[in-house]
Design a binder for this molecule. Structure first.
Ligand SMILES: Nc1ncnc2c1ncn2[C@@H]1O[C@H](COP(=O)(O)OP(=O)(O)OP(=O)(O)O)[C@@H](O)[C@H]1O
Length: 316
């Protein structure tokens, strides 16, 4: 396993002013007993509401913060004790912090990183070519970083994080604030990285489309604790999300008619449009049962809404 976390806790002591002279110290448990195991080549979505503890976890995993308790291993290393060694084996993109040189053209930042990480020239060129093709960097490698748009800069940041061939990539909100095209480029790139399977990716995001398009496995954290670890489908099942079938019929729906495996939740258009909510059974079975009752003209199966299920979890 490339990431192994057990019983991770991170407390912060916050001092607040009470009255004119007194100060009160309170302890905030930003991460409160997280267990997490991630295999090589996995891409996981690490999600949760504001203040849930996502960034704090990433900072502990990358050696920026020392845990208050628990065991953390990334690439078999202790992130704090082995921070320098680990830095060569991980890549990090934290939205608010840049690893690029503001006044230099983007391409020169890449060249500097090659020297810092001592990457052989051919290896560097090959990785840069791949990133450049997938992220379409060609138009702006000569532009100083300060003049790049947010989307261009994020594509540059992703490249910079990958040029030394890290085994794990930590991404904190990589699509935040990006325009539609840049979001697509970043998502397409991460999907390709996932498909190639040699980089493990831990992605935090508030963008539900990122989750839907990229994350087969979702780890949901709330108040510093993991409240779900599994697929999006499992999340829907656990929280009672249901698929629906909307069918247009050639004849009116018989009043009071039931269908095995589904509940009739709406009858419209003079009885010729019926909505069924599935109870978890395969849509095919329900459609076959439906077709035995009335001839079908048209049909659509609607997946449950990810926004609904995530909002329900976040509301607790
Ligand atoms: N340096 C710090 N000092 C004190 N409290 C902190 C510090 N860093 C984080 N916290 C607190 O720890 C909790 C978790 O914060 P964290 O930034 O990890 O959440 P998050 O899930 O990344 O949230 P967001 O989605 O808003 O970025 C919050 O209550 C936050 O206020």
């Amino acid at each position: 396993m490339i990431i192994e976390v057990s019983g991770l806790r991170k407390d912060f002591t916050v001092t607040t002013k009470v009255g004119r002279l007194r100060r009160e110290r309170t302890v905030v448990s930003a991460v409160d007993g997280v267990d997490l195991v991630v295999g090589r080549g996995e891409l996981i979505g690490y999600i949760g509401p504001n203040g849930a503890g996502k960034s704090t976890t990433l900072k502990v995993l990358t050696g920026v913060l020392t845990p208050s308790a628990g065991r953390v291993r990334v690439c078999g290393l202790d992130p704090v004790a082995d921070r320098t060694t680990l830095a060569r084996r991980i890549g990090v993109v934290f939205g608010q912090r840049s690893q690029l040189w503001w006044d230099l053209p983007l391409g020169e930042s890449f060249e500097l990183l090659r020297h810092i990480y001592r990457v052989p020239a051919a290896e560097h060129a090959a990785r840069l070519r791949t990133c450049s093709d997938l992220l379409d960097l060609d138009g702006f490698t000569r532009t100083p970083v300060r003049q790049l748009s947010l989307g261009q800069r994020m594509r540059g940041e992703l490249t910079a994080a990958l040029l030394h061939g890290p085994e794990v990539l930590f991404l904190d909100e990589p699509t935040i604030g990006l325009d539609v095209l840049s979001k697509q480029a970043v998502r397409g790139f991460l999907a390709e990285l996932d498909r190639r399977g040699d980089t493990t990716v831990v992605l935090t995001t508030h963008d539900l489309a990122d989750i839907e398009k990229l994350c087969e496995r979702l780890v949901v954290i709330d108040h510093g604790r993991v409240v779900h670890d599994g697929t999006l489908d499992a999340l829907h099942t656990r929280h009672g999300s249901r698929r629906t079938i909307v069918a247009d019929l050639d004849a009116p729906w018989p009043a009071g008619q039931t269908v095995p495996g589904a509940a009739v939740t709406a009858v419209e258009a003079d009885g010729t449009r019926v909505t069924l909510t599935l109870d978890g059974r395969a849509a095919g079975e329900v459609v076959a049962a439906l077709a035995r009752i009335v001839p079908l003209r048209d049909l659509s199966v609607q997946e449950p809404d990810i926004e609904d299920v995530v909002a329900r979890i976040y509301r607790g």
